[in-house]
Structures are given as structure tokens and as C-alpha cells.
Design a protein around this ligand. Sequence first.
Ligand SMILES: [Zn+2]
Length: 157
Amino acid sequence: MNDNEQLKRRFTDDERSRLVDYFSLLIEIDQQEKARYAKLKDSPQGYPMDGEGHQCGLCFKPIHGDTSGWFDKWGFKCSNCQDAVNRRKIPGSLCGDYSHEKSIPDTVLASKLNISVWTVRMKIKGGEISGRRIPGGPYIILRKDNPTLAKVLSSLA
Ligand SMILES: [Zn+2]
């Protein structure tokens, strides 16, 4: 069987059933997310949300167990990051930047570059990289604060 024939074959019952399950799951996730935003009408400041299985939208830490976080118009955050947003240490608008268009935590940057987070922090302490600290959490590196970031990072490679 060549590739073309393989693409044209029909789905088996099992595959079809798995696809249906998969799309049902996507719809369920989408509905849960819509319900979370709808709930903000009654609680404009947000509300506590069970964190199990979620990732903080700011520090990207996975949440385990019954640790709760907070959901507001910016999305879900761990309680530590929410505290930093409440105390205006970090703008809530950076939450949910999953493709890192505006910002990236130093921890995520280090893991993407496969270097130690301490290497990145040395650059922050030395002033070569500008980072905004989440107290008790990572530094958030904003693109707009770091026009020469690519150059600094290439020196680390
Ligand atoms: Zn967090």
C-alpha cells in the first residue's frame, strides 16, 4: 500500500469512535472555558478555581493536587502569581501568553534553551536581561523590555 492509498482508506470503527471521543472532549473543554468566563459576570474580580490539571497562565507551573488558583478576566493563575498581580508586581495582561509573544518566564526560557535558569538569572542580575520578578516565583522577561534579547541569548549558546 503506498502513502496515497493509505490516506484514502476509510477509518475503522475504533478510529472513528476515538475521534468522536476526542472531539467531545474538545467541546467539553471549550464549554468549561466559556462557563468560567460567564461566571465573571457575577464575580468581576474573579473567583478561586480548583487548579488540578491546569497550568498557571503566568509562571506556567503545573498545578497538582487540591491547590487552588484564581480565575479572572486574564484567565487562570496560581495563587502566588495572582498575589503578584493584585500587588501590581506584574501586569495581569501577560497571563495566558502561551506562545510567548509578549513575555516568557526565565524558567521556561531556560528550559527551551536547555540551559540552567541560574545562567539566565546571572544575566538578569548583571543587567543584560531585564526581568520583572514575581515574588516567590520566576522572573518574567518582557520582549518590550529587552530589545537586544536575541543577541544576549546567542552569547549563551
Ligand atoms: Zn503562577
